[in-house]
Design a protein around this ligand. Structure first.
Ligand SMILES: Nc1ncnc2c1ncn2[C@@H]1O[C@H](COP(=O)(O)OP(=O)(O)OP(=O)(O)O)[C@@H](O)[C@H]1O
Ligand SMILES: [Mg+2]
Length: 327
């Protein structure tokens, strides 16, 4: 169990799994979803059953099962469990052990949220590369989490397709000149870029770049709003929304969020990183720093020590040094 301290989050961030939900292993020890063979005649050589095998209306109970699958129900859950266990297996094969598993967004929360926000009620939105993770907190506890399948890489892809350029060039354009609100960019501002198949440098209006980016930023924010509604907290979160993750550094993103979500918005970055450079203080490092803090608290709890104090700082510094040795 995670230590129940006066500060930080409550709940251990892990999802207990009943024995019946454990994925099976094949002979090589690889993990595979349990339902791949479930209920199948041994002589049946059909491939794994996909969504196309059943249609709503075939049979009332089967239709319910299909709806659940389409909603990413039990099957989707098993796939995540399998993915996590494969990561654990990789860590073991690299000669290391896993002490604990923590939901990514809860680790980020550990790094960027303060006690006031947690008690008042706050949403943490971690805009990563491949996904946007959402967690809602009330009375110091997590009440809702979700992983949305869209993130900053999708913005880069849109730019690469829209401006016919490489992904590397698109990433550079997004980071240096991108903006989530086209109206904020003066019409006369231009950016230079190399288009695929063109020898000469091209010049395009920076506003055009923003027009490519804005719909994706809007899509991410719309999905966040929907998720907050699902969690029952879209209208009332006195602590507002804290954005973290590298994707929230897109210029104009927080302004767009403020006007669309109509809540106080701030960017959350890990503070008080002992012995670490300024680089690691940015929002993209929220999860990494949060995991270090989580691990520190866990060890102190396991050793029967008070979770926070001078000793915690020393252990924290040692852990950071140990991780730095890998780079
Ligand atoms: N200044 C910036 N403007 C726009 N996007 C940025 C900026 N800086 C970083 N990013 C984007 O942030 C993303 C990386 O963020 P982060 O490190 O939080 O992702 P991740 O944790 O690796 O991804 P995930 O959480 O999905 O596994 C990249 O796609 C990058 O393009
Ligand atoms: Mg991340």
């Amino acid at each position: 169990m995670r230590p129940q301290t006066g500060s930080g989050l409550r709940g251990n961030g892990r999802h207990p799994r009943p024995q019946s939900e454990q994925p099976r292993r094949d002979r090589g020890g690889s993990l595979r979803p349990r339902d791949r063979t479930r209920g199948r005649d041994p002589g049946d050589r059909r491939g794994p059953r996909g969504l196309g095998a059943e249609r709503p209306g075939d049979h009332p109970r089967r239709s319910a099962r299909l709806r659940r699958r389409r909603a990413g129900g039990r099957q989707g859950c098993r796939r995540h469990v399998t993915a996590v266990q494969n990561v654990v297996k990789c860590v073991h094969q690299a000669g290391m052990s896993v002490e604990d598993l923590v939901v990514q967004v809860l680790a980020s929360a550990e790094a960027v949220l303060n006690d006031n926000e947690l008690e008042l009620g706050v949403a943490l939105v971690d805009v990563g590369g491949g996904t946007t993770d959402v967690a809602l907190f009330a009375d110091g506890s997590v009440v809702h989490t979700a992983v949305l399948p869209v993130g900053a890489i999708h913005v880069t892809n849109d730019v690469a397709i829209g401006l016919r350029t490489t992904l590397g060039e698109a990433e550079m354009l997004k980071v240096n000149y991108g903006h989530a609100i086209p109206a904020n960019i003066p019409r006369e501002e231009m950016v230079e870029l190399h288009q695929i198949g063109q020898d000469r440098v091209q010049v395009v209006p920076r506003r055009h770049l923003a027009e490519i980016i804005a719909p994706r930023a809007r899509e991410i924010l719309d999905m966040v709003r929907l998720e907050m509604r699902r969690g029952g907290h879209d209208g009332f979160l006195p602590g507002g929304i804290v954005f973290t993750g590298g994707g929230c550094r897109l210029l104009g993103f927080t302004e767009a969020a403020q006007s669309l979500l109509d809540l106080p918005v701030r960017i959350g970055a890990p503070g008080q990183t002992i012995g670490m450079s300024d680089q690691v203080a940015g929002p993209a490092y929220a999860t990494a720093v949060g995991l270090l803090r989580w691990g520190t608290k866990l060890r102190h709890h396991a050793n029967g020590h008070a979770p926070v104090g001078a000793g915690a700082s020393a252990l924290y510094t040692r852990t950071v040094r140990w991780i730095k040795d890998f780079f």
